[in-house]
Design a protein around this ligand. Sequence first.
Ligand code: APR
Length: 241
Amino acid sequence: MNTKNTLPKIVVLTGAGISAESGLKTFRDNDGLWENHRVEDVATPEAFERNPGLVYRFYNARRAQLQQDDVKPNAAHMALAKLETIFGDNVMLVTQNVDDLHERGGNKNVYHMHGELLSARCAISQETFEWRDSFDHTSKCPCCNRVTLRPDIVWFGEMPLYMDEIYSALANADLFVAIGTSGNVYPAAGFVQIAKESGAHTIEANLAPGATNALFDESLTGPASHIVPRWVDDLISKYAL
Ligand code: APR
């Protein structure tokens, strides 16, 4: 029987699919965000330079949706909090999501590689600030008192955050699990390959196979709120915790 000193090192990557059952839209499913908005208009540095007001409105609408009473963490978020409680520092949770449902579900250590809706960032110092409703494209940055504030979102063409920490965890991972992500956006879509090359067992958990499905050792198919709690419970039993 396995004991605590043989616990696996686990990297979990989540995407918009884990928040779908909490009422947040994904990007590439039917009626997804990219079906209704052009990426070039709202999610690139050039769009922000051209029309910052439009970009702010797009993210303000998403923030307002996130703050609606009926948007809550679902069973998949809660299961990942349980995973962190039980496996501790052996788990790294990396999310492409800019919502705060992992934190609300109870995870303490979340790497938001694409930024966060609930913070703003100074484009010069990169310092981040808790979002205030008064922020708009004319607001002065609290750190430098100039109009350098922007949504704390990694746009297309920008480098995702925490890449050193993530690559180092992937190099040491025994288990890599991608949940609710379509596998279309790099570098996140390439994590499975890196984890495999490091000898990790790789699992895709998704409603339908994603673009990189063939690279995974195992597929769990279904809604995240069903398959993720089951996977977490199976892992806990496997390690007799
Ligand atoms: N349970 C599990 N998976 C689901 C569910 C669900 N209830 N609902 C949808 N999915 C899956 C879809 O099958 C799809 O594979 O979630 C995935 C969502 O894919 P995308 O919309 O492409 O979202 P994501 O992979 O997170 O996008 C990556 O693209 O535009 C950017 O920056 C944005 O972080 C985002 C990145």
